[in-house]
Write a protein that binds this ligand. Sequence first.
Ligand code: TYD
Ligand code: MG
Length: 458
Amino acid sequence: MAKAPRTTYVCQSCGGVTPRWVGRCPSCNEWNTLVEETDAGPPPGSGVTRQTRGRVVNLETLDARGEAPPRMPTGIAELDRVAGGGIVPGSALLIGGEPGIGKSTLLLQLCASLAKAGHRTLYFSGEEAAAQVRLRAERLGLSKSPVLLASETNLSNILATLGDDKRADLVVIDSIQTLWADMLDAAPGTVSQVRAATGSLIRYAKQSGAALLLVGHVTKDGQIAGPKVIEHMVDTVLSFEGDRGHPFRILRAVKNRFGATDEIGVFEMAQQGLREVSNPSELFLGDRDANAPGAAVFAGVEGTRPLLVEIQALVAPSALGTPRRAVVGWDANRLSMVLAVLDARCGVSLAQHDVYLNIAGGLKITEPAADLAAAAALLSSLSGSVLPADHVYFGEISLSGAVRAAGHMTTRLKEAQKLGFKRAVLPAAGEIEAGGAKITLQRLSHLKELAEQIGPCQ
Ligand code: TYD
Ligand code: MG
């Protein structure tokens, strides 16, 4: 006798299951995340089957075929760089990003580029009608490219289309949250639906050798919506970031089974779609006002790539009991730390001042080596003295006030030299390749030396 379907409540944040509804998920303590779902047998892709007897599988050695996986170069160098040198056939890639950031635009450009190179590319749009996608293609000047397009949200229909005799090289699903499997009694976008759809599509990709590209929505705090399990299922997770007020977009690898995760790709959103930016430093320093106090150029590195950006600080006497601290593009905790070190180790107190820190161009910096540049910007704003326009700064500050070595020192210096900077303020420790860069070096061992040099008036 068939079992009656059981009703369970599934947390949309962590995937936890409870037998009855509660306001707060017992597994992850998130509020209002439980959604009613009917459990009608194991969902496809969950790995649970009714079969008990398995078949014998082939066992292989680790060095059986030592070649690197074959790659499909996309023709978009910035994307190739992030993916680790091209898209791997048979792999699944998830790309997340805020609405309106340009995911659909990037993927349409990718499809067109691969289609032009002779690959069979299929674009399934669950969010937009075919006419809307066509309009975008027209705007991008890609209406003539041989991309195959469908507006579809039903998983079975998509799998049936993919299962026809012709092999696809790239399949784009925009987005995974709009798909629904009709065998499941849950709304599109719920954990079971997203998991089932991802599972079935990945199975298709692995069997057919087509590369699968999924678009994922993000929640308000930047996580890809749905449980972490989706991120575990795919081979690569990319995040497409940027500030909608700025044209720059950064593509970042969050997870990559086929390459490094610290590379970034830089794009600019223009009238005709996304344009690759191969010299990001020039762009980020483009409209800087070098004559204002409170601006310091940070010589950063993202992955293996140098990136020069301006860090802007504004320090103003506070009228509030608890002065304001506001940070855009950097970690607020690191700012607090730099302020505390300036106070305790260098005698520069900002306790009566409001402090604002901004990374120009809408970029987000996570490197600890930005500490020294942030400190220079703060000291400059406090003292009102303009930092020389041809200086760059980098180095991590420890709680004792010591300036610690940063990675890739030579790369940073070479980039600064290339862009016409004359002097670098950097840590005393750390190796620099001989003949690496012809730029004057000022090496610091303690933050106090910088505070004395910039000379804040107290
Ligand atoms: P879109 O790719 O639809 O974003 P997503 O799929 O991530 O939601 O891009 C939407 C934004 O990009 C839209 O606000 C307009 C802008 N845009 C341009 O500036 N130039 C262009 O050529 C295109 C196609 C879009
Ligand atoms: Mg879109």
